[in-house]
Design a protein around this ligand. Structure first.
Ligand code: ZN
Length: 171
């Protein structure tokens, strides 16, 4: 059995937030640990839904190379693109967090830092020598909707401007 790779805990938690329980709630206190599935190591996130109590469990493959948290939160992964969220979903996440920046300065910095890191993730889908995110980097319905709404937003030059703007706002 093959599971998608969760490169870091920050990435797994974002993915879990995007995938609510069947009751619609995302309120779950996740426990995580490494388990063996058919002889292969995987990271297991499990917990009870805070709303309906259902037991929830997700399994992720370990990254080929372990990624350690960087100086700035969050760390979603190394240079390789995500297997959990597609390019459109990362930009959706960036829009969402940058569009709801809290008034409290510490929380505002966290929101903008999250938006900055999410745009970095979009950029990781652009192969060397290309100017925009290729079509295969959009595999979710939500991701395709974001791209179809405004395809030029996925050009490298525009993404870099957005990323730098969020980065400047953090500091
Ligand atoms: Zn539930």
């Amino acid at each position: 059995m093959t599971f998608p790779v969760a490169r870091t805990r920050d990435e797994a938690l974002v993915y879990l937030d995007l995938n609510p329980c069947t009751c619609g709630s995302v309120e779950t206190d996740w426990d995580s640990g490494v388990v063996s599935v058919d002889g292969e190591l995987a990271t297991c996130y499990d917990g009870a839904c805070g709303e309906c109590g259902a037991e929830r469990e997700y399994l992720f493959a370990l990254p080929a190379r372990e990624v350690f948290p960087g100086a700035e939160w969050p760390t979603f992964g190394g240079p390789e693109p995500s297997e959990l969220l597609d390019a459109g979903e990362w930009l959706w996440l960036a829009d969402l967090t940058a569009g709801n920046v809290p008034a409290e300065p510490g929380e505002a910095r966290r929101a903008l830092s999250m938006a900055r890191a999410a745009v970095e993730e979009v950029l990781k889908f652009i192969p060397e020598g290309r100017d925009d995110v290729p079509p295969e980097a959009f595999w979710s319905e939500r991701g395709r909707q974001v791209r179809d709404a405004e395809p030029p937003r996925f050009r490298r030059d525009r993404l870099l401007v957005v990323r730098d703007t969020y980065r400047d706002l953090v500091h």
